[in-house]
Ligand binder design. Structure first.
Ligand code: NAX
Length: 332
């Protein structure tokens, strides 16, 4: 039988983790024949809730789940893990400035970066979900110098899934008939959802979304707005933030990183920028990537028109500012 791998989920007592743990333990990320040992990290006030999650996982009677290790100690949580879902973060409270949120979270991700550096496997794949996800991933990687920077990523897959779903609905086709919709930049309201490279499967051939839709004013207007504000729309309706869809997207992200992407298909991931497409270097920027042998590569050679360039600049500038703020917090 295949040897079990250790996977950590932080924020394990929270609402995203509640859906995510079940999806992982069912084999939807690492495969239906890959046994798992799940490490569940949360903070001490949540230890009781965590126990309830452990009970429920046991009661699911999941054949792949060999062991569950709940803990409030990062040393235990990150020990020998092959994959890390960093979901736990300080939530934004009423009256809290964006700066205060960033400051609280970079400190958390510094500690977790240090723990990954010391205790995780050197080829661990780290997905940061907790916000501000891109800058948290950057901080985490900076404090884990023994692990390659390419092993750290931030989640923009939920935005990609939202965008893909909007395009499929607009075209009146099933979701699987739409591919290569890109999210550029930050997982924030400056993100740039771009259908310009998108493909749609109609009458047995893949065609360009822009040509089939032929509606630039939609693609440059309401489409972008809807995707950028979808999180807020879910909160307004559900009175709680996206959880099931966020968990599904975290699974999609790690699944594709682990298993690769099909030829010609790309997905969006927040990864270390090498300056491709004129973006700032050394920020975690969401790009279209292709994945092979667990290594991502930024898709090159896409045409960026003036409209897209201005959008990339806005989100790139925000990431540069976040990075500088994070560094000043960590230096103070
Ligand atoms: P919850 O507040 O339900 O859960 C967060 C959990 O993290 C809590 O149990 C909390 O105790 C725990 N936590 C806090 N500090 C911790 C630490 N230092 N170590 C371990 N655990 C810690 O939030 P939930 O709805 O699950 O969202 C989690 C994070 O995902 C938030 O930061 C949220 O903003 C972010 N999101 C990111 C998305 C993305 O696309 N990248 C989309 C969904 C979501 O909004």
């Amino acid at each position: 039988m295949t040897e079990a791998i250790r996977v950590v989920v932080t924020g394990a007592a929270g609402q995203i983790a509640y859906s995510l743990l079940y999806m992982i333990a069912r084999g939807e990320v690492f495969g239906k024949d890959q046994p798992l040992i799940l490490h569940l990290l949360d903070i001490p006030p949540m230890a009781g809730v965590l126990e309830g999650v452990v009970m429920e996982l046991a009661d699911c009677a999941l054949p792949l789940l060999q062991e569950v290790i709940p803990t409030t100690d990062p040393k235990v949580a990150f020990k020998d893990v092959s994959a890390a879902f960093l979901v736990g973060a300080m939530p934004r409270k009423e009256g809290m400035e964006r700066k205060d949120l960033l400051s609280a979270n970079v400190k958390i991700f510094k500690v977790q970066g240090q723990a990954l550096n010391e205790f995780a496997k050197k080829d661990v794949k780290v997905l940061v979900v907790g916000n501000p996800a891109n800058t948290n991933a950057l901080v985490c990687a900076n404090y884990a110098p023994s692990i390659p920077k390419e092993n750290f990523s931030a989640m923009t897959r939920l935005d990609q899934n939202r965008a893909t779903s909007q395009i499929a609905a607009k075209l009146g086709v099933p979701i699987a008939a739409v591919s290569n919709i890109i999210i550029w930049g930050n997982h924030s309201s400056t993100q740039y959802p771009d259908a310009g490279q998108g493909k749609v499967f109609i009458n047995d051939v893949w065609k360009s979304v822009t040509e089939v839709l032929n509606d630039t004013s939609f693609l440059q207007g309401p489409f972008i707005d809807i995707v950028q504000k979808r999180g807020a729309a879910v909160i307004a309706s559900r009175k709680m933030s996206s959880a099931m869809s966020a968990a599904k997207s975290a699974c999609d992200h790690m699944h594709d990183w682990w298993n690769g992407t099909a030829p010609g298909k790309f997905v969006s991931m927040g990864v270390f920028s090498d300056g491709s497409y004129g973006t700032p270097k050394d920020v975690v920027f969401s790009f279209p990537v292709e994945i092979k042998n667990k290594q991502w590569k930024i898709v090159q050679g896409l045409t960026i028109d003036g409209f897209s360039k201005s959008k990339l600049d806005i989100t790139g500038n925000e990431l540069r500012e976040e990075r500088d703020e994070a560094l000043s917090v960590l230096e103070s």
